[in-house]
Design a protein around this ligand. Sequence first.
Ligand SMILES: C[S@@+](CC[C@H](N)C(=O)[O-])C[C@H]1O[C@@H](n2cnc3c(N)ncnc32)[C@H](O)[C@@H]1O
Length: 347
Amino acid sequence: MQSTKSHIDEESMITPALVAKFGRGASQVVDEVKLREKRGQLALVLELARQRFERHDNTSETVARLAADLHDLRVTSGDGVWKQLIPLAQAHPVSQYLQQDPFTSWSFRKPRGYSGDAGLLDIIYQHPAANDAIASASGLGMEIFDYTVQASTSVAARERREILAREVDAAAEKAEHVEVLAVACGYLRESELSEAFRDGKLGRWVALDQDADSVEVVAAANRDTAIVPMVGNVSGLMRRTYDLGTFDLVYASGLYDYLPYAVAVRLTQRLVEMLKPGGAYLFANYSNEIRTDGYMETFMDWPLILRADVDMWQIVNAAVDRNQVDVEVFYGENRNIVYTRIRKKGA
Ligand SMILES: C[S@@+](CC[C@H](N)C(=O)[O-])C[C@H]1O[C@@H](n2cnc3c(N)ncnc32)[C@H](O)[C@@H]1O
């Protein structure tokens, strides 16, 4: 039987149900004694947070403490037990408070039917397009939002957007009319930060995403520019369905966090093939050093595949011939995101 894992997100959308079915801990036998112990600890942590909300204690401190406690629980539970704790947390009355945060609530509700849609990224980017979604929040919701939007993972996502724009600008410095491919582009918000794009220096910027609504937003905002919006997915790229040619720069942000190892390797292989000599492929992944993982998996219902630098090297070593490329693996400023840049030798 072909591995079901390799089909988890090739076609389109990742959902927590898929991750729960095929992801870490899915087939682990659960130690009942440990499960009982951790269930008890979870109940205490959640009840403490609920009481603090009820007493109107400092909201940021309440959420920060809850997030730290959930991280500790996730780390000490092991995958199998943690997986069983998630629905218990989600069903707890404290959730009524947390779901007043527009960020938490958008992630949990999944208006597009999958985790990490471009609208959620707009909330994290504090983009004006997200103003309406934020404005309707309650007073408590705004206080929780003050914490979640400043959490280290959100800070790292905003830095990632800047890094992508700088990468495009650096490619445009090296050659004229460079060709760029953004895989899983969302709303391609990095284009708003790119000087090379603003100055009309790019040859083409193909913006590919599986979500036709997101691609339509990109199209509407960028008519008569170098941006070429395109509905497409990881599976189509790997099967060479699209006749896209080659690129000076290819990048993927907010995608590998959903890709199991086998898919990550095959996609990397394929995208490096699509580089011109001297071209670069940059991909990002949330790192296993993040501390908001427990909160994200419970109250945001947003599980991610976290990776360390060694995991990125493992993908690289399986995907490419190291004699043909130069590789850098590096962390963003707060180490919540790890990046890999593969540059094809030549040119
Ligand atoms: C977290 S968002 C990232 C958006 C953007 N790259 C950014 O950094 O702001 C993830 C995006 O991946 C897209 N996506 C998820 N699975 C995909 C797949 N298999 N093929 C193409 N796009 C995919 C989603 O539609 C979504 O727009």
